[in-house]
Every structure is written in C-alpha cells, then in structure tokens.
Design a protein around this ligand. Structure first.
Ligand code: UDP
Length: 323
C-alpha cells in the first residue's frame, strides 16, 4: 500500500456528487486534511444542507452542474477524482431510471476525460449491485455476478457495470490511473430521512413508534457499514497501488428481520414489526468478502452496529427538531 499519510495541502480533489450522503463525508475528510476539494452536484438526490456544511471550509469550492451535460472548465491541476455521482436508492430506480443510466455512462465518460486531460487518478464508486442477486457467498471481487437485465434494478446495476467497464477501458486505452470500489450497504448521519432505504426507514419508524416495515419474510440479508469506515476504505483504496476492483463495506451480515429487531432494542422503541411485499429482484443475500481489501490495505471497520445506529438515530432526531 502507498503511504496514506500524504500531505494534502497542495492537492486538489474533485468529488462528483458532493451533496450526497457518502461523498459529503468524504469531502469533509479531505477538507480537514487540508486538500482543496471541488464538489459537483445537481441536487437530483443530494442535499443543499450538505453543501452548506462543506462551504464552511475555505478550501471548498462548489459547482452546481449536471455532469451529464459536461464538466465546468477547471484551470488548476486536479490530482484525484472520486466519481460518486449517482442516485443509489431502490426508490430512485423507479423514479429516475434514465437519469441514473445517463450519469453512470455519459457523466462517467466526462469525468474520465477530465482525469485523462489532468493526469488525475480516478476512482469509480461502483456498487455491490454489480453482483445482482449473487449465487456465491460472500461475494468476492472476481465473481462476475447474476444480474437481471430487464427489471426494476437494471437501470442501476447495468449502468454501474458499464461505468466499471468504461473505467477499465480508459485505463487500457489512455493509461488513466484508475481505482474501482464496490460499495456495500452503508448508513450514517446525512442520509435522507425519506431515502427509502432500510436504515433510514427503520430508524425513523422506531423513533416515531410507528410500525417497522419489513419487506418479504425478512430473511434476506445485508451487511451494514458505518459511513466513517466506508470513507476510510475509499481513502485506502485511492492510495493503494492496485487498480483492480475492491469490495468495501462491513462483513457483519444479518437478516433484515434481525436488523429490525436490533434497531427496536437499541433505540428502546415500542414499534411493532409488520410485513410488506418483497420488491421484485430484491437480492436474497449480500455480504462482502473483504479479504482482498484487508490484505492490500489493512482495513478494519471500527464502528459496530449498535454505535453506528445510535449515531444515526441521533442525527435523525436532531433533524426532526429543526423541522
Ligand atoms: N427493506 C425493508 N423495509 C424497508 C426498506 C427496505 O425490509 O422499509 C429491505 C429491502 O427489501 C432489502 C433490504 O431491506 O431487502 C435493503 O434495502 P435497501 O433499500 O436499503 O437497499 P438494497 O440493499 O436492497 O439496495
């Protein structure tokens, strides 16, 4: 692994999707290390409040743009690019499928062209969804996946697979210095409360004492990573010397029903659990193999489920008092 304790004072980092949940934390991480961070977002799913938070740092610059249309001319040298610009919640897949497909194809193309022109290192934030409904478990990076081409998740899964292939091709065709990560389920403060994903739904339902909506029989599994661990993993991969894909996340797997029960207990909630229909093509199992990441970067997640859920609940509580 390369030295991650770099001096960032003279480095410029471009973060596409900076108003989003994970990228806003990532941007703040580098701002605190003294880097100049240039954020791009069109707020299709990102939050203005996240950008307001980042603009408190004098080394942050923001451009409201849709990267599908192109990237604003940036004169200064860019050293690192994180492509984090894509809606990623299953509720978005039904609402804005074409925007998702375009940002992961045309938007990614535009960013890769900037990386090529600036000789910047480029990290593609791909997803565990490239494995589809996986037939091997836990998922290892060389598994090619089991993905539905025509279905409610296809707009995301297939366009992320395309984005990975595009990244690969810019490496082979133009020698762009690329990295690829596949992000597994991540949660924490700054998620949208109405994001539709399981953690904001369950926490907000538990806080309000409303019924917790488990889809299907709740036996499907996920592995939840707290956002600061995810940022750490992103950083480690960006500064590793290996350009092949890395899973990033937390390998502690639980069923969705267990997650619901645990959240009720952790938050000392009176909520009951109710069952709702399972969405089409909902993956039955998901758990990252982190062997490759751990061997290459010494990554170990630091925040456990209980602490992470408490911090996230605290955030949603503070949000509701500001409404
Ligand atoms: N889920 C659930 N209740 C909810 C929201 C989600 O049971 O209110 C389930 C969903 O069916 C899936 C898992 O939780 O099996 C994770 O869903 P999420 O939308 O967070 O993301 P995914 O991992 O499916 O992309």
């Amino acid at each position: 692994m390369e030295n991650t304790n770099l001096n960032f004072e003279n480095k410029t980092i471009l973060v596409a999707g900076a108003a989003g949940f994970i990228p806003s934390h990532l941007s703040e991480f580098y701002l605190q290390l003294g880097a100049k961070v240039i954020g791009l977002d069109n707020f299709i799913t990102g939050s203005r409040s996240n950008i307001e938070l980042l603009t408190k740092y004098s080394n942050f610059e923001f451009h409201e743009v849709n990267i599908i249309e192109g990237i604003p001319q940036i004169k200064e040298p860019i050293h690192y690019i994180f492509n984090m610009a894509s809606p990623a919640s299953p509720v978005d897949f039904a609402r804005i499928p074409l925007e998702i497909m375009r940002v992961n194809s045309e938007g990614t193309l535009h960013l890769l062209e900037v990386a090529r022109d600036h000789h910047a290192r480029f990290l593609e934030a791909s997803t565990s969804e490239v494995y589809g409904d996986p037939k091997i478990h836990p998922q290892v990076e060389d598994y090619v996946g089991h993905v539905q081409i025509n279905g409610p998740r296809s707009c995301y899964d297939e366009s992320k697979r395309f984005a990975e292939a595009l990244t690969y091709s810019f490496r082979t065709r133009f020698g762009v210095d690329t990295r690829t990560v596949r992000i597994f389920n991540t949660y924490g403060p700054r998620m949208r409360p109405n994001d539709g994903r399981v953690v904001p739904n369950f926490i907000n339902q538990a806080l309000r004492g409303e019924a917790i909506t488990v889809y299907g029989d709740g036996r499907q599994t996920r592995s939840f990573c707290y956002v600061s661990d995810l940022v750490d993993a992103l950083h480690r991969v960006m500064f590793s010397s290996d350009h092949t894909p890395f899973n990033i996340g937390n390998p502690e797997e639980r069923t969705i029903l267990e997650a619901a029960q645990a959240i009720i207990e952790i938050l000392d909630s009176k909520s009951k659990i109710i069952f709702k229909p399972l969405p089409v093509d909902d993956p039955t199992h998901r758990c990252p193999s982190l062997k490759k990441l751990q061997q290459a970067t010494d990554y170990r997640p630091q925040v456990g489920f209980r602490d992470g859920m408490l911090k996230t609940a605290e955030y949603f509580r503070s949000m509701s008092t500001h409404l």
